[in-house]
Design a protein around this ligand. Structure first.
Ligand code: ADP
Ligand code: MG
Length: 724
């Protein structure tokens, strides 16, 4: 370990940390906090005139247009509610294609013309805003001078208050479009795809004889993984500060090999932090449920209860900002990067997905005898077909420079998208391939041999950790989603491709039932789908080399290893066909999204190359050269004293210094290449720049093992990951 001030500060921060209770948890139950800062249905009903509430509710539930007179009344009511709670400003919150949240604040106050001011808030201000659209990624759809953009209130996602030590802001969830009507955000495609999904799901439910069919909403429950480190370390590492991940760092003596971190006891400081995050999220009506230590040292997870997909996506953004914001109060930094540290696990966001409504329930609920549950099998088969047809697209929706470090490495799901069904369903689908399914494997009871432990109800199948797309009981879990990304892209893609599949299935069945029994029509259709798309089902080990060969060469599943391999699928013919058919996004918008992914990819690696160059020149080389001089002086002195010194260490250090210097020179040369085509530029970053960053890292990490501890210029992995 080095004796850098960062280390000393972090040790004392961790050591001196005392939980000074910020939450009056003994006086007020957390249930009292829940939804406190949300303009939710309960508040609406209590405060709005009956007719207005009814009209608003209709808009929320069915997407009916909102009358401007109604909007004015709603605006005044929201304003009064917010002002009572100390609000001074309102902000339209939107999710541009940066993947992060953007917000434009305006004060409620307007001069009254008599030297004073009054709080004003009209229906128009509630429903429409006009931020400058030119400074957000548009993938070339907007020139810099074409600035006009609009934010539009998403009535289905409730307004909420964000508290700060010095004031309160009313936040209004909005969609974001350009003056020309091009979609510039992640929310609009979710909303559109949910509507399309509902229409197709409804057709299937009708076939099964249902008459009362409320809106079939996609549901989402995203599990968030993150790292939490002492902020002293974060500030002492330019790579963490500017790139969100370490670009250097030798393996620590101990990593995660003891497997003692996963579900381990949560450190005091971290647990206090979690409590406060949860309290903040409760106030915002975010239903956070689960918390635990994750596999890597200093890695944790938080998971909410699932919600309607659109709201889950908004809440997911709030979870990320809350995790980051609260960490500061505890002297820590929350890292949402997918791979902040080499050699230990990275972070992902398992996106649990299903669809359903209040009358028919969760449409992916198999029941006790799934082989007889034809309706369930139809929905399940439609998902399998969709994933098989659009495996490349799903991979592309999670593509980024940072997620590339995770996918394909031996920890996260592989880049090949396959579906895990579990023993019970794999068996049913095997039966379907040959004709009708006649039985379902049962779970049974597990007897533990002592009477104090009651018999355990056992699931019908084990779990699989390596599958990127797994059926987990009554939902699918898309595990390749990145920890730092908005779930909007993957969600809209899932909704859209399943919509397309349900449409296909409904059309076939509607025709078939004219001449045969529904049961027979479904049987034939299921057999057809399993035969054509069953190759995407894989229940084995997704990490194994054999699987990679089999998937690619025998089954023809795409293996898109990097972002540059995957990005083009975002605007591929198959994608455009599906997105245009259901009015989700146009070809032009999809091409823009593809370009943004590639642009971001280039930018990220470009910044990393800047940091590598800077850190080598201003931190590592000066330290290494100082030591080299010391060694050289020592060798010279020993020689002068008539001894024959062993100069091996000097040679070793000198060689590594030379390697690092040459590495940086070569990096410069590589970066000087001028490329105008975006795809080619991204490939250059992927295949030339990135490997060179790794080559430089190798020499520096080797120097870390040789240079005196006290001279090492930055905190080490050991310190960052284990001082808590
Ligand atoms: P697991 O242990 O398999 O990950 P959990 O029950 O802990 O399963 O659920 C993980 C996540 O899946 C939670 O966020 C949960 O709310 C979500 N989830 C459960 N049911 C659904 C559903 N029908 N639709 C979407 N997400 C769901
Ligand atoms: Mg899970």
């Amino acid at each position: 370990m080095s004796v850098s001030p960062a280390r000393l500060n972090a040790i004392s921060a961790a050591n001196n940390f005392r939980v000074t209770s910020t939450l009056a948890f003994k006086e007020s139950h957390s249930a009292a906090l829940y939804g406190q800062n949300v303009f939710n249905e309960k508040v609406m009903q209590a405060r709005l005139p009956k007719g207005v509430f009814k009209a608003l509710k209709k808009t929320i539930d069915t997407g009916a247009p909102l009358d401007s007179a109604i909007a004015d009344i709603v605006a005044t009511t929201i304003k009064d509610w917010a002002l009572e709670r100390g609000a001074t400003h309102y902000a339209h919150i939107f999710q541009p294609l940066t993947g992060h949240t953007a917000e434009k604040h305006d004060s409620f106050l307007e001069p009254d013309g008599k030297g004073g001011a009054i709080a004003e808030f009209s229906g128009k201000q509630l429903t429409q805003g006009e931020p400058d659209a030119s400074s957000f990624p548009s993938g070339g759809m907007r020139a810099t001078f074409e600035a006009r953009g609009y934010t539009v209130w998403d009535v289905s996602s409730p307004c909420y208050l964000i508290e700060n030590a010095n004031g309160v802001t009313l936040c209004i969830p909005t969609a974001f479009v350009s003056w020309t009507g091009d979609v510039l955000d992640t929310k609009t495609p979710i909303l559109r795809s949910m509507k399309a999904l509902d229409e197709q799901a409804r057709r299937i439910l009708k076939l099964f004889g249902h008459t009362n069919i409320p809106f079939c909403a996609a549901t989402a429950g995203p599990e968030q993984e993150y790292f939490l480190i002492d902020r002293n370390f974060f500030l002492a590492r330019p790579d963490l500060l500017s790139a969100g991940r370490t670009l250097f760092g030798a393996r620590p003596p101990k990593g995660q090999e003891f497997e003692d971190q996963y579900f381990g006891v949560i450190p005091d400081r971290v647990l206090a932090y979690m409590h406060e995050c949860e309290a903040e999220l409760y106030k915002l009506g975010v239903p956070v449920k689960t918390r635990h230590n994750e596999v890597a040292p200093s890695q944790y997870e938080l998971a909410p209860i699932y919600e309607t997909a659109n709201i889950a996506a908004d809440h997911q953004q709030l979870i990320m900002t809350t995790l980051k914001r609260v960490a500061r109060k505890y002297g820590m930094e929350c890292l949402l990067h997918e791979k902040p540290f080499a050699g230990v696990n990275g972070s992902g966001k398992h996106l649990n997905w299903s669809l359903g409504n209040g009358a028919q329930g969760n449409l992916l609920e198999p029941g006790n005898t799934p082989h007889e549950n034809l309706q369930f099998l139809v929905f399940c088969a439609a998902v399998i077909r969709a994933v098989h047809k659009h495996a490349g697209l799903l991979r592309a929706t999670v593509a980024s420079a940072s997620n590339d470090h995770r996918l394909g490495a031996n920890e996260a799901p592989p880049a090949i998208i396959s579906v895990y069904l579990g023993e019970q369903f794999a068996d049913i689908f095997e039966q379907l391939k040959k004709g009708k399914a006649k039985s379902s494997k049962k779970g049974g009871l597990l007897h533990l041999g002592v009477d104090v432990l009651p018999p355990l109800a056992k699931d019908a199948g084990d779990r699989n950790r390596t599958s990127p797309f797994a059926f987990t009981g009554n939902k699918f879990e898309f595990r390749a989603v990145a920890s730092n990304q908005s779930i909007g892209g993957p969600l809209a893609a899932l909704n859209t491709i399943v919509t397309e599949s349900l449409d296909y299935v409904a059309t076939k069945l509607e025709k078939a039932v004219k001449t045969k029994k529904l049961e027979d029509a479904v049987g034939e259709l299921l057999t057809e789908i399993v035969t054509e798309h069953g190759t995407v089902i894989f229940n084995g080990n997704g990490y194994s080399e054999e699987w990679h060969k089999e998937a690619e060469f025998k089954r023809g599943l795409p293996n898109l290893r990097t972002t540059v391999d995957a990005a083009s699928v975002i605007a591929a013919k198959t994608t455009v066909a599906a997105y245009e058919k259901y009015g989700i996004l146009t070809k032009r918008e999809l091409e823009a999204r593809r370009d943004i992914v590639l642009e971001q990819y280039c930018k990220v690696i470009n910044v990393e190359a800047n940091i590598v160059t800077e850190m080598v020149r201003t931190k590592y080389l000066p330290a290494a050269i100082r030591y080299q001089t010391e060694l050289a002086t020592n060798v010279a002195a020993l020689k002068a004293a008539g001894m024959q010194p062993d100069a091996k260490l000097l040679t070793q250090v000198s060689d590594l210094i030379a390697a690092a210097q040459n590495g940086v020179a070569k990096l410069e040369e590589i970066r000087s290449k001028h490329i105008t085509d975006l795809q080619a530029e991204a490939e250059h970053y992927c295949h030339s720049v990135l490997p060179q960053l790794l080559a430089i890292r190798k020499s520096i990490d080797a120097l870390e093992g040789l240079i005196p501890d006290a001279n090492w210029p930055v905190p080490t992995y050991e310190e960052i990951l284990f001082i808590k």
